[in-house]
Design a protein around this ligand. Sequence first.
Ligand code: HAM
Length: 425
Amino acid sequence: MRSSAPKGTQDLLPEVTAAWQQVERQFADLCHLYGYEEIRIPTFEHTEVFQRGVGDTTDIVQKEMYTFEDLAGRSLTLRPEGTAGVVRSFVQNGLASQPFPQRLFYMITAFRYENVQKGRYREFHQLGVEAFGSEGPGIDAELLAMLWHYFGLLGLEKIDLHINNIGCPNCRAVYREALLDYLRPHQAELCEDCRGRLERNPMRVLDCKNEGCQRVTASAPLILDHLDETCQTHFSGLKRSLDALEVPYTINPRIVRGLDYYTKTVFEFVSENVGTQGTICGGGRYDGLVEALGGPSLPGIGFAMGEERLLMEMEAQGALRKPRPAAQLFIGSMGDAAWQKAQMIAQNLRKAGVAAQYELCGRSLKAQMKYAGKSGARYVMVLGDAELEAGEAQVRSLIDRDREQQTFSIHDTGALEAFFLAQTE
Ligand code: HAM
């Protein structure tokens, strides 16, 4: 039987995983600088965690979840995102009793039954954070400054930050009525999706990509004109901090986000390189979610970025670094005694932190050298009877053919190790 991976999933092969590891390592290092500790949550949760967390009226819960019954008849769902599971864990494990703000980061796979296209998969990866217990806009700005810092470290220059404030339940109730009053007479001009979501979630009509819907919403009332005083003060505090921290942003009153839990600040980092979706990272504040999932009344804020889209963006901006070579040194050998020595030298080098390989397929020396060249090794050393007798061997560069060969002892490998360690620094 010949079988291929399910639609919307991807194999990440060795030629790309070095870049994935690089962005993940840099993300974890940066999170630590800002006080975030890693949390690992289950891949699946009880379905109600997402129904109550992400929200019953969202596209994710209504159309995109991988839900199944286990053998005991429980309804379980593969996580479509990380926030609901992190909040469930935060509440269940009593983390609310720790000093605030509590900062957590995660690197997860997520699953959504979506129409597959460029930058949109059914299994994808998210790098995200959630911070609990801080009510003011200071942490909103800190989080956006951290993302800006991260994109800078990755060498990404052309990403735009869009921010909005979608109010608290108080101002949103008033706004919802104003928006419905405006949209209802235009119902026939909306796309099928938006006609369906009009009464359930009218704000989603604002970020629909359909041209007809965009024409209708061009003069729709805006949430920013309906914010109460607390939400207005929060938004101006955020803008003041972003200006002070020199994080450039655009105010985009159309950002509403596709998940129900958001309150006040919402934001997206967008680029033209990642397909029709365009969003590399999205997030915002969710001041009612901890309580909705059975915890105390505590504010929260977070973001998640799609790793696939992040790497796509890095490629488009020429920011992907070359993967490291498979080995610093390949040790070729002729004869069993030389092979045994090669085995020992390679092992000593690895223990010292140098990537080394030796022959493991019984090839001729000529074939070994051909393999070494193809494998991406930077240097080769050849061991035969003459080298064993002399107790030393020569190291030759495969990258710079004009470079002089260097001779090293094959019994005391200290100098050989020092040579390669100096190359990796
Ligand atoms: P989201 O906007 O649904 O938010 O997803 C965040 C990011 O995940 C998107 O900007 C995108 O880069 C990536 N993403 C989403 N769906 C797909 C897909 N089908 N294929 C590839 N990438 C995708 C959340 O998930 C929230 N939990 C973010 C958050 C954390 N808000 C507060 N805390």
